[in-house]
Design a protein around this ligand. Sequence first.
Ligand SMILES: *[C@@H]1O[C@H](CO)[C@@H](O)[C@H](O)[C@H]1NC(C)=O
Ligand SMILES: *[C@@H]1O[C@H](CO)[C@@H](O)[C@H](O)[C@H]1NC(C)=O
Ligand SMILES: *[C@@H]1O[C@H](CO)[C@@H](O)[C@H](O)[C@H]1NC(C)=O
Ligand SMILES: *[C@@H]1O[C@H](CO)[C@@H](O)[C@H](O)[C@H]1NC(C)=O
Length: 460
Amino acid sequence: MKLQVVLSLCAVLTLGLQAPPPEQCWCELINVGDEFPHDKLSTADGNASDCNRNITPNKTVELESLLLGLERRIAQLHQDVSVLEREDDGELYGVLSLYVIENEVAEIWQLMDRLNSITEGDQRLTADTTKRLRALRAVMEEMETFDTMQVVRGQLSSNLLKMDPGNYKKGLKATTAPTQPPQGTCAHGQLVNITGPRVFTQGEYPGSYSYGAWGRDPEPEPGKESWYWLVVMTSTNKYSNYIRLYSSLSALFVGKSVPGNVAIHSSNPTTNTIQGPNNVLYRGALYYNCYNQPEVCRFNLTTKTVTNFKLPEGTRYNSKGNFCQLDECYPYTDLDLATDESGVWVTYTTSQDFGNLVLSKVEEGEPPRLGQTWHTSVHKRAISNTFMACGVLYATRFKTKGIEEIFYALDTVTGKERFNVGILMKKMAPNIQALNYSPVDQMLHAYSDSNMVSYKALFA
Ligand SMILES: *[C@@H]1O[C@H](CO)[C@@H](O)[C@H](O)[C@H]1NC(C)=O
Ligand SMILES: *[C@@H]1O[C@H](CO)[C@@H](O)[C@H](O)[C@H]1NC(C)=O
Ligand SMILES: *[C@@H]1O[C@H](CO)[C@@H](O)[C@H](O)[C@H]1NC(C)=O
Ligand SMILES: *[C@@H]1O[C@H](CO)[C@@H](O)[C@H](O)[C@H]1NC(C)=O
């Protein structure tokens, strides 16, 4: 400001002295404020770029590849140790195997050392970056005093001044710590873990029918509150034409179905046959993939009638858009029906989504129809199953024969996706053909290689 006044004063002076040409006119510019610290700004700029350069995605890539290497080598070591145990005759073979194993152990130690140094390095980097950011912030705040025109202030307050070193730290750890937890639609919060198996039974058909689904109706008719349902694929693991009901969990255990088969049709397969295992019972009606159609069918158990609706053009069906595990897909799992606190949902994939998972709400009513739809960025082949809980879609993947991982979540309220859910499920058999959440008792029901297993979902 002062500088400006001096300048305009000078201009007036110059004008005033215009008439008789002056011999000499000169103005002295006096900057009464402090001098702008250009060099400080330029180091601050340099320091900020250093911060950016130091934190690269390379760090996490390296960490992940090391972990993967370690996982592979440990598996190899395990295998070789078993060979040694089998072959050890105290003679040459034993000595040779031992030599191989010693080398493997040495390699594993090297990997561990490298891992330790990386994690230590990362911790140092985090601490160092935080310190630098604090210093930068102080410098920028100091510079702000030169902004007498208040021009930059608005911008600064909207980004740099808000830059909390704590946030930077969180960003660094993003691969391990969940960022913003999905909220979903329930009061009981976010799914944080599941228990080990709470129910395990082979039910009525021990060892038969590898494909099927079971569970509880979340909105049962009066008098059927403790009932369970079961659908098994009786024809070539693909089709079924009936549903079985049990009046309690113990009736399911001992295989005593009171109404017996509730048949959709006497033939199997034919029009309206149940195709694929991922079905659900809701308000006394079974929702499933109709035979040979990209459609959701609803079988009303009271009236024994079927109503249906079409999924979008391009929906993959007839085993073209299946759930998969490592090197095998589960045939006829194109559609997965699900229930949660808010009703019925369906997941599937379409050609226009290039095989990515799509989620739609199923609107009840007469006939039922397709509701709101979400397009995810997770490929269906990367998923082994899905379920809904509290308005949040969860997807699982095959980790080992004994462990399935709930790795992905999509919050339908915020539209946010997460790929680092990291909840592990202990399996009783290698494959899970169907997975359903029951909002009545917050249990997760799995149909796993002809076994029925359930887990309690834990929310926080
Ligand atoms: C830049 O970083 C160096 C080294 O960390 C530090 O000494 C200096 O004060 C920083 N300068 C500014 C302006 O942040
Ligand atoms: C990150 O990795 C790429 C490719 O491997 C490499 O070209 C680049 O120099 C690396 N950057 C740093 C900072 O290590
Ligand atoms: C989740 O539950 C399992 C089984 O009860 C338990 O072993 C595990 O430690 C739990 N994980 C977390 C993160 O609480
Ligand atoms: C099944 O049919 C009965 C009788 O028409 C009806 O009251 C009931 O709402 C239907 N259930 C469903 C889920 O549509």
